[in-house]
Design a protein around this ligand. Sequence first.
Ligand code: ATP
Ligand code: AMO
Length: 434
Amino acid sequence: MDDRTYTADATPDETVTVAGWVHEIRDLGGIAFLILRDKTGRIQIKFEKEEMDDELVETGLDAPRESVVSVTGAVEEEPRAPTGVEVTPDSVEVLSAADTELPLDPTGKVEAELPTRLDNRTLDLRREAGQAIFEIRSEMQRAAREAFRAVDATEINTPKIVATGTEGGTELFPITYFGREAFMNQSPQLFKQLVAGSNVERVFEIGPIFRAEEHNTPRHLNEATSIDFEGAFCDHHEAMDVCESVVVAAYEGVAENCTEELGALDLAEDFSVPETPFPRLTYEEAIERINATGALDEQLVWGDDLPTEGEKALGDDVGGHYFITDWPADIKPFYIMDHDDDETLSTGFDLMHPRMELVSGGQREHRREQLIEGFEAQGLDPEAFEYYTKIFRYGMPPHAGWAIGGERLLMTMLELDNIREAVLFPRDRQRLSP
Ligand code: ATP
Ligand code: AMO
């Protein structure tokens, strides 16, 4: 594909062509060094001014920082060089000269604010820590895919332009679709259920969701990545088992394959795979424990949604990942099944990280009559969902599933303060480009 040698692979006594960015130039007088940086690291290029062709020396040493250069030369061992080897150049070519003024410093010596970094993401990803987050994100998704395959789930892709919302009417982005009203999809929810009701049976999807969240918080995005699972002949307990296995696999993949990246983020010492099994607290136990912490001014009563402060107090109390099960039916969506013996209780669950909610899921209502009642109870018009409800007349197995917020998983795993750090080009109320 490209016939240059990665800097990390340059071995002594070879002649190589390395190419990358000018990280820095250190001029000591008679001798000067260009530190060249690529995907794999850095290498020292040595210029002995007296002994080398003037033009070659000028080309190398006059290239502004962050210019893209290609260097051909012999690799030699040099204990004083940062990586133990250096290149003595036979030729230097500037492929793209950079401006001398840069909006941020990719060496990381001068820190930049997050908005500046996001406005100049390419330069930000030239910093080791910036690159590391997205190498880890890639590994997290690879490991999750492998964990899904281990439970025999098939990867699917569902439409992102849809006719109806599912997760509450106020958070939809409307668009015009050939003169008709349409929306950006908030969740693959109904589609993944429609596929779980086929012979495909078990599915997963890693894809975008769009939510017109009004609030501007460090853990909400307007375009996020949802990691979804849905399985036929599966109840909420089994769905939680799969959820736990995917989260743990993501951590294990990162622990095994991202040692350097964790080092770049100063996490090498602290990174650990969460212990299993994750405790499963009922909603009722959760509110009792929150009340007992005394963290809230007002005691929670059964039926309340958990406020952020309450979630944090409980997170500190539990100290790791945990599920909250058996939520009040009224605060869970229409597609979640209620318990047979108590209709006020749902099979809905959330997976919590001590800092925030990571996952929602549950067993689904597969009985058509009860499903229609659920729509009506939630003030939704079942007619608008005919494409979905009609399938429940043709044999819908019991099924269950969940969705992880991909960026929240990464953000909690890497202790990032702001969810925007976990997205290449985040979408929030202010940010529509790049
Ligand atoms: P879900 O995935 O169900 O949306 P969530 O964790 O994203 O769950 P929301 O339901 O969007 O949370 O919002 C509920 C929580 O977000 C509440 O606990 C609330 O305290 C918090 N929240 C909402 N708006 C703000 C805001 N402007 N600033 C800080 N926190 C907020
Ligand atoms: P829910 O609405 O709870 O459930 O979303 C699932 C998970 O997605 C993440 N998430 C977000 N992350 C960042 N920014 C946002 N605006 C945002 N909104 C959601 C959270 C959340 O826990 N259909 C159900 C899932 C199911 O039952 O299968 C659903 O969408 O981490």
